[in-house]
Write a protein that binds this ligand. Structure first.
Ligand SMILES: NC(=O)c1ccc[n+]([C@@H]2O[C@H](COP(=O)([O-])OP(=O)(O)OC[C@H]3O[C@@H](n4cnc5c(N)ncnc54)[C@H](O)[C@@H]3O)[C@@H](O)[C@H]2O)c1
Length: 380
C-alpha cells in the first residue's frame, strides 16, 4: 500500500502535476493542477467505482474541445452528457430542476456521480444539484476558466434566487478537482483577466506582494507565458482558499468570511446588471480600498499602490462607467444591509489594514455613503 502511494506521488511529480488535499469533516477532497490530466481524471474517477456517471458540460466548451472530452467520456463509460448554457441568468432553480429531471430519467442514484465540466457557472449549478439530489451525491469538477480553477472550487455552491445572487446554496465539495491548464488555451485574454481578480483578492488577503507583482506583470503585457506560471498562481490561490475554508468549512468561525473581500458590493452590482463575476469583484475591491482608506486602516501609500494595480485591471476590464451608472447610492445603502454577510441592520465588510485584512462588523452608513459617492465619481 505504502509503495503504491509512493509511486502515485512520484508519477504526479514526474508529470509536474501539483496536488492539494483539503479535509472537511464530511469529505476529503483532492485537487490536481497540471497539463494534460485526462489519464489522471479517468484513473481517479474509475477508482471510486461509481455505478453511473453523468457529465454536465458547458456547451461552448464542448463544441471547442469535443475530442478531448469525448475521449474521457468513452473511457469512463459515461451514462449521459447534459450540455448547459453558462450564463448568470440561467443560474437558477428552474435550470437545476431541468437537470434534476434528466438525472432521474437516467436512473442516477446515490452511488452515481456528476462530472461538472465548465467555468464557475457549471461548478455552482452542478454542485448545488448534486447537494440536493437524493440528499447528496458525489460530484467531480473539471474547471475550465481561470476564475473557476482559482476560486470556484472547494466548498461552497450556490444559485441565484428571487433576484438575489447566490441566495440558495450548500456547503458541498467535489471529491476530485482537476485543473487542466491545456483547457485555458481557448480562453481569451478577458477570461484570464477576470480570473486574475480572484487571485488578486487572495494575494491581498495573504499580503503576498510577489503574487501581486506577477499579476501586474501580466496586466502590463508581460504574458504569464508559460503554463507553469499560471499553474503556480492557481496553486497559490487554492492554497489560500484552503487556509480560509479547511478550519471553517461552514463559515461559522469567522475565518471563511475573509473570502468575501470585494464580494459584498459585487453581489449588489451583479444583481442589478449583467456584469460578470470577475469585474463585479474588481469594483467591489475598489470600494474596499476606498472604505479602508477613509477609516485610516491603510496608509495613503498603500491606497495608492492598490489603485495603481486597479488602474492596470481597469485598462483591460473597462466597465467602470457602466458600474458607476448603475450605482444608486440610496438603493445600495438599503440593499447592502441584506447581503449574506449582514443581518439587515448594520453594514459588515471585509476590509484591508496594514499587512492584511479584518472583518468590520459596523461600517458607519455615512462612511459607506461617502465611499460609494467616491466610487461613482472615480476616474483612472
Ligand atoms: N462557488 C464558488 O466558490 C464560486 C467562486 C467564484 C465564482 N463563482 C461563480 O462562478 C461564476 C463565474 O464563473 P466563470 O467566470 O468561470 O464564468 P462562466 O462559468 O459563466 O464562464 C464564462 C464563459 O466562458 C466560457 N468558457 C468556459 N470555459 C471555457 C474555455 N475553456 N474556453 C473558452 N470559453 C470557456 C463559458 O461558455 C462562458 O461563456 C459566477 O456565477 C460566480 O458566482 C463561484
Amino acid at each position: 500500500m505504502k509503495r503504491r502511494i509512493k509511486e502515485h506521488f512520484y508519477m504526479l511529480f514526474q508529470k509536474n502535476i501539483r496536488h492539494i488535499k483539503v479535509c472537511f469533516p464530511y469529505i476529503e477532497q483532492h485537487l490536481y493542477i497540471g497539463t494534460g490530466v485526462p489519464d489522471l481524471v479517468v484513473e481517479k474517477i474509475s477508482s471510486a467505482k461509481y455505478d453511473k456517471i453523468v457529465a454536465v458540460v458547458d456547451s461552448n466548451l464542448y463544441e471547442q474541445r469535443k475530442d478531448y472530452l469525448d475521449a474521457i467520456f468513452d473511457k469512463l463509460k459515461i451514462a449521459g452528457v447534459i450540455p448547459v448554457e453558462s450564463k448568470e441568468a440561467n443560474k437558477n432553480f428552474v435550470y437545476c430542476d431541468n437537470i434534476l429531471n434528466q438525472l432521474s430519467k437516467l436512473g442516477i442514484n446515490r452511488k452515481s456521480c456528476l462530472l461538472a465540466i465548465g467555468g464557475g457557472y457549471v461548478g455552482d449549478v452542478v454542485g448545488f444539484t448534486s447537494s440536493i439530489y437524493m440528499r447528496g451525491i458525489d460530484f467531480v469538477q473539471i474547471p475550465t476558466t481561470l476564475m473557476s480553477m482559482s476560486d470556484a472550487v472547494m466548498g461552497k455552491v450556490a444559485i441565484n434566487n428571487n433576484g438575489k445572487k447566490n441566495l440558495l446554496g450548500s456547503f458541498y465539495s467535489p471529491r476530485f478537482t482537476f485543473c487542466d491548464m491545456s483547457l485555458l488555451e481557448t480562453s481569451n485574454r478577458r477570461g484570464i483577466v477576470f480570473g486574475l481578480v480572484e487571485i488578486w483578492k487572495h494575494s491581498l488577503l495573504e499580503n503576498n506582494l510577489g503574487m501581486e507583482y506577477k499579476i501586474s506583470e501580466y496586466l502590463n503585457g508581460n504574458e504569464l507565458n508559460s503554463e507553469k506560471n499560471l499553474a503556480e498562481l492557481i496553486k497559490f490561490s487554492l492554497e489560500a482558499k484552503k487556509k480560509y475554508t479547511q478550519n471553517d468549512y461552514d463559515d461559522t468561525k469567522g475565518l471563511h468570511k475573509a473570502l468575501s473581500l470585494g464580494h459584498t458590493f459585487a453581489n449588489y452590482i451583479e444583481s442589478k446588471t449583467e456584469i460578470p463575476h470577475g469585474p463585479a469583484v474588481f469594483y467591489g475591491l475598489i470600494l474596499v480600498f476606498l472604505i479602508s482608506y477613509k477609516l485610516k486602516k491603510i496608509s495613503k501609500s498603500e491606497f495608492d499602490h492598490f489603485m495603481e494595480v486597479a488602474r492596470l485591471f481597469e485598462k483591460e476590464i473597462k466597465m467602470l462607467n457602466e458600474v458607476q451608472n448603475h450605482i444608486d447610492v440610496n438603493d445600495a445603502l438599503e440593499k447592502l444591509k441584506f447581503d449574506k454577510i449582514n443581518s439587515g441592520d448594520t453594514y459588515s465588510f471585509v476590509l484591508l489594514k496594514k499587512n492584511g485584512y479584518f472583518v468590520c462588523k459596523n461600517v458607519d452608513a455615512e462612511v459607506l455613503k461617502e465611499s460609494l459617492d467616491e466610487l461613482k465619481k472615480l476616474s483612472f
